[in-house]
Write a protein that binds this ligand. Structure first.
Ligand code: T4K
Length: 410
């Protein structure tokens, strides 16, 4: 059900904040990642067609149409739709015959690392450039060993990583390159749409993404042989009914997901326009607030503005820190997120295997706050959220006293 819009309670005084005992500003939770929904009638029409055709999955007509739409938008020669972004990354890594060690930024959603580890590959975590939040190409050389076979760059927040530098570095050493483009549908790098770089790029069409197929993903590539191999592996590596030529898996997108994805694609321009409007609104509300900066997207490129990312610059002794703001916002029913804290290298499965220090990742991971956006968010919501942030940031002493000993919501 769509969220019925109830005007949020606007905070005027510090004591009104929910952490001081006031009622939450929002009656219902505001999520980061509430899905953008396309046209209901169109979705139901497509689902009706699926029902009538009795063709539910296995490379059906809607999946083919979805693939065509992704290829058209990205400019990639081939698109292979899959069941999720995570499976897309696995399929690409397997199809490219990666082995041993693969370099990957730690500051990413854990699926990037998991997809490699699940194949028995060792993710070797790389630090980021704190200005871009993406893989620092200057950090790559120290991480290469005789076991290294590939690099996975991540276009975090939809901002392309240093594609040229990463690709050049990899080519000089005979390494494969996959770009995790989970956030980057419709974004561009030097005027070219994301989807045609490296050996392959992998998108996510999870419910929380700007284009969603409920669950889904896609691998794009300009390499026809690789695309053929991806299609083979996606369907257990069957050739015909009885012949299996490789160790494949079930990575197929269903027709129902494709129906959702096509409906979502139809509305992409509208979703991006709303995201951009929200992003500009946050920027205007927070532009002159000391201690907080809204991360900007590079000029002259296409963006989907899917994430509103702010960095909190206050220091732990004197000011409000990011985690204080998370507690304050959650109490108001604004479920802001600490993506991607604490960095993959500090998550148990990876931390325990091999302790690593990545100073830029560790610093940025304590300062980033991701705020709700998308079509479920109204301008009044943003004004109210920013009002809460301004009030809190202007009163660090009282806030810190009030929050002393309060655990950060997870
Ligand atoms: N690489 C990168 C860089 C990624 O960010 C991701 C996924 C991947 C690879 C892997 O792609 P997939 O295999 O997922 O296709 C979410 C998403 O689940 C995940 O897709 C996404 N990145 C990540 C950044 O965010 P969570 O666990 O933080 O949030 P989740 O799924 O619980 O959703 C967030 C909030 O959205 C919920 O608390 C409530 C709201 N929500 C969610 C769903 C699913 C709704 O209102 N309705 C819904 O249907 O991971």
């Amino acid at each position: 059900m769509a969220r019925s819009f109830r005007r949020p309670v606007v905070r005027e005084a510090l004591e009104d904040l929910a952490i001081f005992g006031g009622p939450p500003a929002f009656e219902e939770p505001l999520h980061v990642g509430a899905p953008n929904l396309g046209d209901r009638a169109r979705l139901l029409e497509l689902v009706g067609d699926v029902y009538d055709r009795r063709w539910l999955t296995n490379d059906g007509p809607l999946v083919k149409d979805f693939e065509r739409r992704v290829a058209e938008l990205t400019g990639a020669e081939h698109c292979v739709a899959v069941a999720s972004g995570t499976i897309g990354l696995q399929l690409a890594a397997h199809a490219l015959e990666l082995s041993g060690e693969v370099i990957v930024p730690s500051f990413t959603f854990v699926a990037t690392a998991h997809s490699l580890a699940w194949l028995g590959l060792k993710p070797v975590f790389c630090d980021i450039d704190p200005q871009t939040h993406t893989l620092d190409p200057d950090a790559l050389a120290d991480l290469v060993t005789p076991e290294t076979t590939g690099i996975v760059g991540v276009h975090l927040w939809g901002r392309p990583c240093e594609i040229d530098a990463v690709t050049r570095f990899a080519r000089e050493r005979g390494l494969r390159v996959i770009f995790d483009a989970a956030h980057a549908i419709g974004c561009s790098f030097r005027g070219k749409t994301i989807g045609r770089f490296g050996d392959a790029e992998v998108f996510s069409f999870h419910a929380t993404k700007v284009v969603n197929a409920a669950e889904g993903g896609a691998v794009t590539t300009n390499d026809g042989d690789l695309a053929d191999r991806l299609r083979l592996l996606r369907n257990y590596a069957f050739v015909g009914y009885d012949t299996v030529v490789d160790i494949g898996m079930n990575a197929k997108m269903s027709e129902l997901s494709a129906a959702m994805g096509i409906t979502s694609f139809d509305a992409l321009d509208e979703f991006v326009a709303v995201n951009r409007r929200n992003y500009l609104c946050y920027g205007a509300e927070l532009g002159d607030v000391p201690g907080v900066s809204v991360r900007e997207y590079p000029e002259g490129e296409r963006h989907n503005y899917q994430y509103v990312v702010v960095e909190i610059t206050g220091d732990a002794q004197a000011g409000i820190v990011r985690d204080d703001l998370v507690s304050i916002l959650h109490a108001e029913n604004v479920l802001a997120r600490r993506y991607f804290y604490p960095g993959c290298h500090q998550l148990d499965p990876y931390r325990l295997a091999e302790p690593t220090r990545l100073p830029a990742t560790e610093d940025v991971a304590t300062r980033v706050l991701v705020l709700p956006t998308g079509t479920a968010i109204h301008q009044e919501d943003i004004t109210a959220i920013c009002g809460i942030l301004r009030l809190a940031l202007a009163n660090p002493t009282a806030i810190r006293r009030q929050l002393a000993g309060t655990p950060v919501p997870m």
